[in-house]
Design a protein around this ligand. Sequence first.
Ligand code: MN
Ligand code: MN
Length: 458
Amino acid sequence: MADEKKKGWEAVTEEEKNAIMDFADGYIDFINAAKTEREAAREIRNMADAAGFQDIGQMTSLKPGDKVYYINHGKSVYMAVVGNDALTEGFNAVGAHIDCPRLDLKQEPLYEDSGLALFKTHYYGGIKKYQWTTVPLALHGVVAFRDGRTQEICIGEDENDPVFLISDLLPHLAAKQNAKKLSEGVHGEKLNIITGSIPDSEAEESKIKAGVLKILKDKYGMEEEDFTSAEIEAVPAARARSLGFDGSMVAGYGQDDRVCAYPGLMAMLDLDTVPERTAVCIFSDKEEIGSVGNTGMASRNFELFVMMLLEKTGIISPYALQQTFSASRVLSADVTAAFDPNYPEVMEKQNSAFMGKGININKYTGARGKSGASDANAEFVGQVRGIFDAAGVEYQFSELGKVDEGGGGTIAYLLADRGMNVLDCGVPVLCMHAPCEISSKYDIYQGYKAYRAFLQSV
Ligand code: MN
Ligand code: MN
């Protein structure tokens, strides 16, 4: 059993424990500052700038040791530290995603009903809808005006800010709701966010809605029609915290997949020597809805970044791009389900990931006979084991749940499609996709060690 095979916290020295806790403090700050993909891209860029990375578009040529990034439409980021070897020898990459399940405002969201103003929403990613009612929410996003100006919105995070909430039925009147299937207890069209209740006395009609619009006009300079070109996301307002008497875990929103993105980023920023193979980090968007769009992993803008790396390191050949991909190795850094003692029935214990037992490897994901899985080559899995063992990384192997119990996917198949060797390798989490998810600080730190060792591997 994986939970017995690995020592985890038991083998940790006092010095290592301090390093684990310090690393987690930085992680908690990061996820509190970056609750949306735009905010995560901005934080990553700020941290990269501070570490001496430069926008690849500003560079005419690149040499070993140069550090660059490409910001893709403000929502995904590609980074590289140029290695000594020619890029066509292949790069080592860690690829995570920075979008999270949430509630997006509809393009015409605002209405008034029975003394309340509300926002209509459309959920993003796979959520259990009932979990999002009666949870204090913050609104994050951007309004894009016709003249090209943009206005950022972030309200509900400062302790002096108001928050927003979706109502749910009181138990006294919920007999029929309680008798429904859990998946039907709260319909998607009932995820309407309460936003105000004071009428605008000067308005002729819809006075409460008018009251909210007046505040939006004053605060953000926006009219009602500007919602049509806005991206506003409702996310849990709570801040991430340490969990448990011993503070050994992190409870917070958006850990899928920032719990892999942050260790990947820190591994990249902490590379202290010029790597032999070029080191690449990918922070992609839209993973939760299939990696689509020009900021998702399917986007060919990643090809553009690699072609820029090739051209600026002096490699010009019609097949250099595919040659590079085919020789490259990637860890698809995404979370997996940790074994939950409350729900052992969905797991096959011998092939489960346990909290506090290290970073997890999924040779394949998918569902119903591995459908949708890229299924890493055994030779590559063996190579990664060698890299991790040499670096003293604690790791475990799992599948996401029992055979035919369900399944999932990551960005792995899109990288494998391009010809790279790809292996899913990430931090196990409990209550994935809930407004508050749980991870182990031990596993987060093993993720950092794993990604760093992999990026530096020859
Ligand atoms: Mn994920
Ligand atoms: Mn996910």
